[in-house]
Design a protein around this ligand. Structure first.
Ligand SMILES: [Zn+2]
Length: 175
């Protein structure tokens, strides 16, 4: 009996596969008590006013940078841009329910994007001429925390794109 031994010498790729830190694997959910409903006094939304020192104590370094210093998280790095679960996105700093998953869409930008807020008076819009561009800044109407910007290239029915930093939000999943 003849034995034929065929050895295939394949050039193996010796480089280890790179481990990708994929943010979507991180839990994005917050408990329902993170929602702090709006309160009105004389028809006006009751605001929260805290000093920078107070915000520094309650916010993470990144949330403070974005929400109080109008910074921007890098695209595709936040926890919520790819989140497709049903629920409510509340202000990270004060819990005001700002956006519903029903109005979230995939903008391809790497930031959570919505075509409208939960209520028109829950967000405030300010002209922003920084970085040599004319943009419209969006902030939480209750605590004044910076959320992101709104652009007029969004989908129907509003045609708006609220481009929001993940660190300015918390996600409360619908049960
Ligand atoms: Zn807020």
């Amino acid at each position: 009996m003849k034995y034929l031994c065929i050895v295939l010498a394949l050039a193996a790729c010796s480089e280890p596969e790179q481990t990708q830190a994929y943010s979507a694997a991180v839990s994005t959910e917050t408990s329902a008590d993170s929602i702090v409903p709006a309160q009105y006094d004389g028809g006006k939304l009751v605001r929260i006013n805290k000093s920078d020192a107070e915000w520094k104590r309650t916010l993470s370094e990144m949330s403070y940078y974005v929400m109080r210093e109008e910074g921007t998280e890098r695209a595709f790095t936040g926890k919520l841009w790819s989140n497709k679960a049903k629920g409510t996105y509340v202000c990270h700093a004060c819990g005001l329910p700002l956006f519903s998953s029903a109005t979230k869409f995939d903008s391809g930008t790497g930031w959570p994007s919505y075509y409208q807020p939960v209520a028109a008076d829950y967000v405030r819009e300010n002209k922003d001429s920084s970085l040599g561009m004319m943009r419209v800044e969006v902030e939480c109407a209750r605590c004044g925390g910076h959320l992101g910007h709104v652009f007029d290239d969004g989908p129907a029915p509003t045609g708006l794109r609220y481009c929001i930093n993940s660190v300015s939000l918390r996600f409360v999943k619908e049960n």
